[in-house]
Every structure is written in C-alpha cells, then in structure tokens.
Design a protein around this ligand. Structure first.
Ligand code: CP
Length: 361
C-alpha cells in the first residue's frame, strides 16, 4: 500500500483521557458487553457511539422519529423549558443546525458556539472544564470535535447527557441514526441488504459508525469501494468479521460492482484530515457517481451520502428517484428530535412505547 500523508485527528493527551475511557478501535466494548446493556431507558444517557445504546433502543428511536414526522404539532411542546448546548469545535452545517432545529421544534431553547475561537477554549480551557461549566446551564449537550475521543472525555466530564456530533475520524452516531432511518423508509428494513460504501473509508467517521451499527443488526453484505490508500481501518473490518451474518469484500472499481448493490453510500474524501494537499488532490475525484454509472445500478438502489458533497455525486443524479441524500438530511433532524427528547426524559405526547419483544422482532 502506498504511504498516505494524512493526519488522523491527533490523539488527546494522556491527561485528557480518563483511565476508564474506551474509544472504538482502541479497546472498545465487546459485543457481549454491548448486548448486556440496559435496554429499558436512555434517560440521562450520553451517546458517544451507538454502542452506548441497545439495538432495541435504536429501533425505538427510529420509531419515535417516524412518529414525530407525522405528529409535528402534537410534539411541539415536548421539551418546553429545556436548553441544548451545541459545542462545535469543527465546521458543520447539517449536524449543528439540525441539533438546534430539533430542540427548537420540540419547544426548547439553544445556546452554544460554532468555532472554538469564540469561546474560552481559545484561552486554553480544557474540554473537561468547558463541560463542567456548561453542565450548569443546560439539559443536554451536542459536541463536535476534531480529535477522536473528545466526545468521550466530554461525556465523562459533564453532569448532563452528551451526544457525540462527530469526533475526528472516529464516530458520528446521529448521522448513523439518520442513515438507518433512511434505509428503513426506503426498504422497510435495515437488514438483508447489500451495502456498497464508496470513497474515503479511512477517515470517514460516518462510514465507521454505519458499518459497526449495521453489523449489530446483522445480515448485511458490505462492498467496500475505495482507493488502496483510503481503505477501511482494520478495527472496522474486524467488527464485520466478528459478526457471523455479515461479510465484506474490498473493491476499487465502482462500475464493476454497482449492479450488485441495494444501497450505495457515497462519501467525500476528507480534505481536513490530510497533511499533504497533493495527496488530497490526487484522490479526491477517484469516484464520481453520474447518470451514466447510475444506469448500471438496480432500479430501486438507494444512493446515500452524509453530505457535504464535493464532486463525488454529479448534480444530475439529484433528480433520480434513487437519490436519497436529502431524505437523509430530513431524517437527521427527526432522529435528533427523538434522541434529544429521550435523553432528557421528555415523553412525546401520544407516542406508545413498543413492547420490547415487538421492537426486537
Ligand atoms: N453530515 C454531516 O455531518 O454534515 P455537517 O458536517 O454539515 O454537519
């Protein structure tokens, strides 16, 4: 494999990382531990990865998101009196604005910053102290940070639930909830699918979150399409290998495999994680999905992309019924409404919690 001059988010310093902390891929929970997790309530819970939730809880959040979509007026006061803080140390359009819109649409309020230069972080304040402080003001925090593990540190420092809105190249759990909601609405299921994932599989945190979560639901065949230098990290491949009903192949030619796919999840090459601009420029346009390539795909394949896109999906694809990426955007807001109301413990008016066995079926 060629040498890649890219910077994965620099690790946090030893003092920053609590002794009990786990980061997926750096000593994450075993599948057994995940399944032993409490399945009854997520009130007060932080969500650093979706491994913090049981599969039952994830399915219930998807049900809540669907319910919210069809009962907008009924749920509009659910979080009245609540305050969300969005602490974004890295740029964002969809995630920050949808976290904020979600709380506003539930009747709550929002504070926060978009860019650490406007906060006391620029004076050297630690994540720990920032979270200890903000915990006094709000009921729930959403944090995005360029360093892997930052959300875990935040969760362990805060006295209120913390939701990871993306930490470096590690995880992006609420994007995964949006992805699952989109698969559920397109196919009526999130299992028994052939899922192609294409582009930057090394640094794309949405990819890592999605693969790890789909493995827990099972029966997914992954087709991992990337240039040699941007292949899926070993810890993510190990997760697929340890899931008996899942499998993967690694490919480099999108046109050769697109006809086999139920889902094509396109990703952007993550410019911000490269050291060397030349490497980025050489790799960024490796895959461009256009109308010609889409002709080789199944008529009901779904094209997903976490966005933002650069060149990897031509705009001519947007009008194709297979394009599902703006549905993902809408689902992103709905799942964040479901998650925010759940972790603060506010019930959605009229929503009937599913019987645990029924949700699991
Ligand atoms: N999908 C996503 O995380 O988009 P933003 O970076 O705009 O939040």
């Amino acid at each position: 494999m060629a040498t890649l001059y890219a910077k994965k988010g620099e690790p946090l310093s030893a003092e920053d990382i609590p002794k009990t902390g786990t980061i997926a891929g750096a000593g994450s929970d075993t599948a057994d531990a995940v399944h032993r997790r409490d399945t009854s309530s997520i009130v007060g819970r932080s969500v650093v990865t979706l491994d913090d939730l049981s599969t039952i809880q994830i399915r219930e959040l998807l049900r809540k998101a669907q319910y919210i979509d069809s009962h907008r007026a009924q749920v509009a006061g659910t979080c009245s009196g609540r305050v969300l803080a969005t602490l974004f140390y890295e740029p964002s359009t969809r995630t920050r604005l949808s976290f904020e819109t979600a709380m506003l649409r539930l009747g709550g309020q929002v504070i926060g910053f978009a860019g650490a230069q406007l906060s006391s972080v620029s004076k050297g304040e630690s994540i720990h102290d920032t979270l200890k402080t903000v915990s006094n003001y709000v009921d729930v925090v959403a944090i995005r940070h360029p360093k892997e593990g930052a959300a875990l540190v935040a969760a362990q420092s805060a006295d209120v639930p913390v939701i990871n809105a993306g930490d470096g190249g590690h995880m992006h759990p609420t994007q995964t909830l949006a992805d699952l909601a989109t698969l559920q609405s397109r196919f009526g299921r999130i299992t028994d699918l052939t899922v192609g994932i294409c582009g930057d599989l090394t640094f794309g945190r949405t990819v890592h979150s999605l693969i790890e979560t789909l493995c827990r639901f099972g029966n997914v065949r992954f087709v991992l399409i990337s240039p040699d230098e941007l292949r899926t990290p070993q810890y993510v491949l190990d997760r697929i290998q340890s899931s008996p009903s899942c499998s993967y192949t690694e490919e480099s030619d999108l046109a050769a495999v697109i006809g086999d796919l139920d889902v094509l999840y396109m990703t952007r090459v993550q410019k911000e994680r490269f050291f060397n601009e030349d490497d980025y420029l050489r790799l960024r346009d490796t895959y461009i999905l256009n109308a010609d390539k889409l002709r080789l795909a199944k008529p009901d394949m779904a094209v997903l992309h976490p966005l933002p896109r650069v060149n990897e999906i031509a705009t001519e694809v947007d009008d194709d019924p297979r394009a599902a990426y703006f549905e993902q955007v809408k689902n992103g807001m709905l799942v964040r409404m479901a998650l925010e109301s759940s972790v603060v413990g506010d019930e959605l008016a009229g929503f009937e919690p599913a019987d645990a066995k029924e949700v699991f079926a």
